[in-house]
Design a protein around this ligand. Sequence first.
Ligand SMILES: NC(=O)c1ccc[n+]([C@@H]2O[C@H](COP(=O)([O-])OP(=O)(O)OC[C@H]3O[C@@H](n4cnc5c(N)ncnc54)[C@H](O)[C@@H]3O)[C@@H](O)[C@H]2O)c1
Length: 245
Amino acid sequence: MGKLQDKVAVITGGASGIGAATAKLFVEEGAKVVLVDLNEEKGKAFEQELKNQNAEALFVKGNITSEEEVAAFFKQTIETFGKVDIVFNNAGIGRVHSSHDLEYSEWRNTVNVDLDGVFLVAREALREFLKAGGGVMVNTASMYGWVGSPGSAAYNAAKGGVINLTRSLALEYAEQNIRINALCPGFIDTPIIPEESKDILRQMTPMKRLGQSEEMAKAVLFLSSDDSSFMTGNTLTVDGGYTAQ
Ligand SMILES: NC(=O)c1ccc[n+]([C@@H]2O[C@H](COP(=O)([O-])OP(=O)(O)OC[C@H]3O[C@@H](n4cnc5c(N)ncnc54)[C@H](O)[C@@H]3O)[C@@H](O)[C@H]2O)c1
């Protein structure tokens, strides 16, 4: 029996990187997965890949910054699988830009996806969890929610926001059988990291390598399963030692 046997998990950013690796591990552990992503081509191909392995998977194209689309993908999840047990609130974007000439529209776009979008997904998840009598949420923040770095003020501010949003929601719903924690990845080898940056990011990491999405998936599984049953409002930082410096 898997650690997530017959659980239904919604995974935003589920077509790529950390979200996709988590979906793979979740289905190995017996879960049914709903992959939400803007990238329809990748999402549909990945849905098919999982189905070919006899997994129960559904891809839904959705934008986490749209209230209507967030409500719609939760509705589709309930219609297809009957419930939502786990929400991996993971979709995000990252850009490097000096702050003194960062357009306000670019600041807004980053915060809109990386913080507002996380809230919109969390709000809908909470509505379903309250109806069902409980649930588990994992929000993807970043090690840059803990420490600063030059050139990523909007991203880092949003990720810091995700950490304290996680704590605040966890406290608000702790008595309702709802656990909410955050994952704080270091530099992970996914499409969000430009190829030309990889060498320098390896050098900046004490373990002198990038993390793998599969290593994040294991942490998300821990936070999503009963293995972390007494844990809420907390963070798991998986960063090859970066924030120990
Ligand atoms: N890779 C890293 O080094 C790293 C480090 C720290 C935190 N993170 C965070 O991990 C999360 C996953 O990133 P990843 O590294 O797997 O990158 P990724 O680019 O492989 O995956 C992110 C996915 O999110 C989707 N997405 C973006 N905006 C969306 C929106 N508005 N609505 C729906 N889907 C949207 C993208 O289409 C993409 O498929 C992000 O929140 C990112 O900030 C990544």
